[in-house]
Design a binder for this molecule. Structure first.
Ligand SMILES: [Zn+2]
Length: 80
C-alpha cells in the first residue's frame, strides 16, 4: 500500500440502539459507532416484526399509500 493516502483502519466498538455491542473494524476514525440496527435486533435475523419509525414515516406512508391505493393498482393490472 502507498504511504499516507490510506485512512487508519482500526477496531471500533459498535453500540446498537437495542443495547447490543460488538466490535468491528472501520476507517471512520472514531473508537465508537452508534447503530440503529444490528444482527441481534434486525427483523431479518429475529424473524419478528419491528417498526423502525422515525418522525412518523409509517403514518405518512399509510396516509399516502394506505387504504385503496394498492387495490386500484391491482385492478389495473388485472385488466391487462
Ligand atoms: Zn440491535
Amino acid at each position: 500500500m502507498k504511504d499516507k493516502i490510506h485512512p487508519e483502519y482500526k477496531e471500533v466498538t459498535v453500540t446498537c440502539a437495542c443495547g447490543a455491542t460488538f466490535k468491528t473494524r472501520s476507517a471512520i476514525g472514531k473508537d465508537t459507532l452508534q447503530a440503529d440496527l444490528c444482527s441481534s435486533c434486525h427483523p431479518f435475523y429475529t424473524g419478528k416484526q419491528k417498526f423502525v419509525d422515525t418522525a412518523g414515516r409509517v403514518e405518512k406512508f399509510n396516509r399516502k399509500f394506505g387504504g385503496e391505493y394498492f387495490k386500484k393498482a391491482d385492478d389495473k393490472k388485472a385488466k391487462k
